[in-house]
Design a protein. Structure first.
Length: 136
């Protein structure tokens, strides 16, 4: 029997963890996963991270996009900011990935804006292939 990726349901937590590992694989810094399920109706999780240059920011976002397509046959609903590489937003519906340059991340401080959102612990040593943490 042949199983196709589109036949295997991927839940938002699994998609989020795959995206996080993909970003970390491109050396994303200070990656935070916010659980916004109880706060908004348009998403379940946010990933916030940053890179040290516009080139790295774009590379992180592009790695997330290509890895989720390859691993889970998921394509984003939209991508904004990829050309400038200062703040790239990759929208998967249930998951929204924010990749900033370091200065803009501090300026917009989304973590403070979403202070009520529980954080999903991401081990500092997390790397592709690692098991997902508990998504309560």
């Amino acid at each position: 029997m042949v199983v196709h990726l589109e036949d295997i349901p991927i839940d938002a937590a699994d998609l989020t963890w795959r995206a996080a590992l993909s970003a970390l694989g491109r050396k994303a810094e200070d990656l935070v996963i916010l659980d916004v399920r109880e706060l908004v109706s348009y998403a379940q999780f946010f990933i916030i991270c940053h890179g040290h240059s516009s080139r790295q920011v774009s590379a992180i976002a592009e790695a997330v996009r290509s890895d989720l397509k390859a691993q889970a046959d998921e394509v984003p609903l939209g991508i904004e900011g990829l050309e400038t590489g200062r703040w790239v937003l990759v929208d998967y519906g249930d998951l929204v990935v924010h990749v900033f340059d370091e200065h803009l991340r501090r300026f917009y401080d989304l973590e403070a804006l979403w202070i009520d959102a529980p954080r999903v612990p991401v081990p500092e040593t997390a790397r592709p292939g690692d098991a997902a943490p508990a998504f309560a």
